[in-house]
Design a binder for this molecule. Structure first.
Ligand SMILES: Cc1cc2nc3c(=O)[nH]c(=O)nc-3n(C[C@H](O)[C@H](O)[C@H](O)COP(=O)(O)OP(=O)(O)OC[C@H]3O[C@@H](n4cnc5c(N)ncnc54)[C@H](O)[C@@H]3O)c2cc1C
Length: 491
């Protein structure tokens, strides 16, 4: 409807004309198919001919069909913001300032936060509070997508801030409960928001030591699934860690209680909970929290607690196999959100500073192959009813491959155990393409005051740098649709 009713002022038309006619970057091919080929070839080593040949399942050429539910003003805003996010020098300076001591200067801080609010924040965040995010989720739902509500809380310092964060997550579930059924696919939590970071490091150290020393006992340890494989990184724990002090044990107990309270709330609201993956120094503790909660709460057919596997890690596939196999033996359904991973530079920096091998695959093609392998493995589990997966990716090739395999396995479109997900404000074409192909598709929607979501926005800024970033294709498709609407309005 929007494309029929828009009335453009001459000034606006002039602005759009300048925007459309100016190439985003001289090296970016203007032809759309060239971009799709670029994206695809980056993962060519892992492509199967069936997925490449069967492009019909995911039609990204029909921009009119893809963006039919998006208003023109929203398209223009996204195009401008994603364009800004792709200007490397600007993002570099922004990142430098954000990470520098200059941010302690009141005026500059205000300026930077103000600028962020009207660009990155507006593009990638869903609102200031659970209620605002809920309203955004309903709008998405009206366009056929679902929302993952992500209160952008992370890295709590003590029990006080963990308790306050828990309240925020509980309010989020409450807000999800009040929205139309099925508009919210997940509530998301980061364990670092409900258990102090230092304790997660200590617990991870102890779990690593226990894995390598069978006689070592952890008296506080609950039932869990396998957390490590033989190829997992162990360099974070070079020597035997001290046992937890009584105070640490009590804090660990409190952390567990917070997670269990959240799980209980999600169960009552019938909204699944997905636990994000973070960096390898604390991921063992995060998996430990996740699996022990999943063993308590995942019953019947549909898992309600989902963990996250980062396919950029060399041990990802092995750990996924071990955890699912153990869960099958126990008759517990498991659910995973599968991602590539967002802590690439910090992981590599840490490994290199310690002079050890990086836990990340040596090449990006290996990461792509690992993601596609893990996705294929989980799709088999979905088909035989023993697992559920959220394929959280912007990668077109991975999306296509999974869609083709799901169709070949006869995974019906209404099957809730398979979902695709992209970040709010990114890869909308892929989201709408998958939605048009009949799949369940969600947007990961971080929300919170601008200062709170800053770490998340910095990760996105890092990721969106460079010509071949995910947003290049997004921008091309947005511009194509805007051109089409402009023509339709003028003619
Ligand atoms: C719904 C959703 C939830 C998410 N949750 C989490 C989470 O819980 N934890 C988390 O860590 N991340 C999470 N992410 C972010 C995710 O991990 C990625 O950072 C982001 O989605 C980009 O990956 P992609 O699959 O979209 O792939 P692509 O668009 O193909 O991008 C992959 C990028 O990965 C980089 N890369 C990966 N491996 C290598 C390598 N070996 N060598 C060089 N470069 C490499 C490259 O820069 C490449 O550009 C989530 C993403 C989504 C969409």
């Amino acid at each position: 409807m929007a494309n029929r009713l828009i009335v453009f002022s001459p000034k606006f038309l002039l602005l759009c004309r300048r925007f459309f006619l100016r190439p985003l970057h001289s090296a970016v091919p203007s032809d759309l198919s060239a971009i799709i080929t670029t994206t695809t070839t980056s993962s060519s080593s892992s492509s199967s001919s069936s997925a490449v040949a069967d492009s019909s399942i995911l039609d990204l050429d029909d921009v009119k069909g893809l963006f039919s539910s998006v208003s023109t003003s929203k398209l223009v805003r996204s195009a401008v913001n994603l364009h800004a996010a792709g200007i490397e020098p600007m993002v570099d300076v922004g990142l430098w300032v954000m990470n520098s001591r200059l941010m302690n200067t009141g005026m500059l801080r205000g300026l930077m936060l103000g600028a962020t609010k009207h660009t990155f924040y507006e593009q990638f965040c869903a609102g200031h509070d659970p209620e605002g995010a809920g309203r955004t989720a309903v709008k998405l739902w009206e366009s056929g997508l679902r929302g993952m509500l992500v209160y952008a809380l992370e890295h709590a310092t003590g029990n006080g801030s963990c308790d306050r964060n828990l309240d925020g997550f509980l309010r989020t579930v409450e807000s999800a409960k009040s929205l139309p059924t099925s508009s919210v696919s997940f509530v998301i939590v980061k364990i670092t928001a409900i258990c102090p970071l230092g304790l997660l490091q200590r617990v991870s150290d102890l779990l690593r030591w226990e894995y390598n020393n069978q006689s070592f006992r952890l008296p506080w340890k609950l039932n869990t699934l396998p957390i490590f494989s033989n190829s997992s990184p162990f360099y974070h724990t070079p020597r035997k860690p001290d046992p937890l002090t009584p105070e640490e044990e009590s804090d660990l107990y409190l952390g567990h209680q917070r997670l269990l309270e959240l799980c209980q709330k999600c169960l009552e609201a019938n909204v699944p909970l997905a636990i994000d993956a973070e960096d390898t120094s604390i991921q063992p503790a995060i998996d430990y929290f996740t699996y022990s909660a999943a063993l308590m709460h995942n019953k019947d057919d549909n898992p309600i607690i989902f963990g996250t596997i980062q396919a950029y890690l060399k041990d990802a596939k092995e750990r996924l196999l071990l955890a699912t196999k153990a869960a099958e033996r126990l008759g517990v359904p498991v659910g995973f959100k599968l991602v590539r991973g967002a802590y690439l530079s910090s992981e590599r920096q840490l490994a290199s500073s310690l002079g050890v091998e990086s836990p990340i695959h040596n090449t990006v093609d290996q990461t792509h192959a690992c993601f596609n392998d893990c996705a294929s493995f989980m799709l088999d589990k979905v088909a035989n009813g023993s697992g559920a997966v959220v394929l959280a990716t912007h990668n077109i090739e991975s999306g296509k491959k999974a869609a083709v395999k799901a169709r070949d396995l006869g995974i019906g479109n209404g099957n809730q155990r398979l979902q695709f997900a992209q970040l709010y404000g990114m890869a909308d074409a892929l989201s709408f393409g998958l939605r048009n192909a009949g799949f369940q598709v969600s947007k990961y929607m971080p929300f919170g005051p601008v200062e709170l979501v800053m770490p998340y926005l910095l990760r996105r800024a890092e990721e969106n740098r460079g010509l071949l970033s995910t947003t290049t294709l997004d921008r091309q498709l947005l511009r194509k649709e805007l051109k089409r609407r402009l023509k339709a309005a003028v003619l």
